[in-house]
Design a protein around this ligand. Sequence first.
Ligand code: GLC
Ligand code: MG
Length: 323
Amino acid sequence: MDRLNDPPSLVIVSDLDGTMVDHDDPGNLALLRFNALWEASYRHNSLLVFSTGRSPPSYRRLRKEKPLLTPDITIMSVGTEIAYGESMVPDDDWKRYLDNNWDRKAITQETAKFPELIPQPETENRPHKVSFYVEKGKASEVILGLSKCLEKRRLDVKILYSNGTALDILPQGAGKGQALTYLLEKFKADGKGPVNTLVCGDSGNDAELFSVPDVYGVMVGNSLEELLQWYADNAKSNPKIIHATGRCSAGIIEAIGNFSVGPSVSPRDITEKSVEKPFNPGHEVVKLYIFYERWRCGEIENSEQKMQTVKSTFELNKIGTKS
Ligand code: GLC
Ligand code: MG
């Protein structure tokens, strides 16, 4: 990534729903704790990558609902679409690569033979992703039958089952794991192979992330049975993968500490007045942001008094003025 001159100290590759985002935490506290940690300790030398099953429109909707940071790279539609930076510049090389031996029309002809497959909304069907819903109890049988039909037509695809309901058909070379491998190779070719990489997930389509060589992995505390079963069958002996106790972003912070890949105390968790020497303007900005966030959440008991503390920090250190 051009934003950094040196190899990134840490690359976090995280799924969103059920991993970075806890839909059962209306205050988004764990996410806000992660955000503060990232901004204070990692943004300057590390890369944040979101890897979601959502399509670009659905990802944009989530961004409006939840206080997500802007990632350096966004991988969408289960590893079939990669975009860079805030303006989300698409990776056309990746698209061209996925076009190889991919025949969407032939796939839909075969899927039409299975009435158990309920099509997902149009927005979730993408150039390199054909998606359905299928009942949990029928999934294995349908996947088996469908694989046979697709094989007969020599269609080299990958079928993934996630969240106990979603079935995705992708090019064999696509998926969250393959997309990450592609990015890591690109980083290395630029002389910017990361010092550490941590992958984070909770469901079936995340399993591939944990098979990428040399990465640390965290299955967050609320991970679904389908991922835990995959781990039990395939990766139990890998000491670089943990099942965290913390839910979602709390599990990610827990993994950072567990693998000692960098600081793991969120500035949001430091309640007492911390005196930082030497004065670090970046940390003061993070503290101001956290103060604002806590004040909005109604966590500040005596707002007037706290306001004075904030004001005095800025006066004492003369931020933005010459002494
Ligand atoms: C997201 C996508 C959906 C996909 C699912 C599992 O929910 O919106 O299309 O099937 O992830 O990958
Ligand atoms: Mg998920």
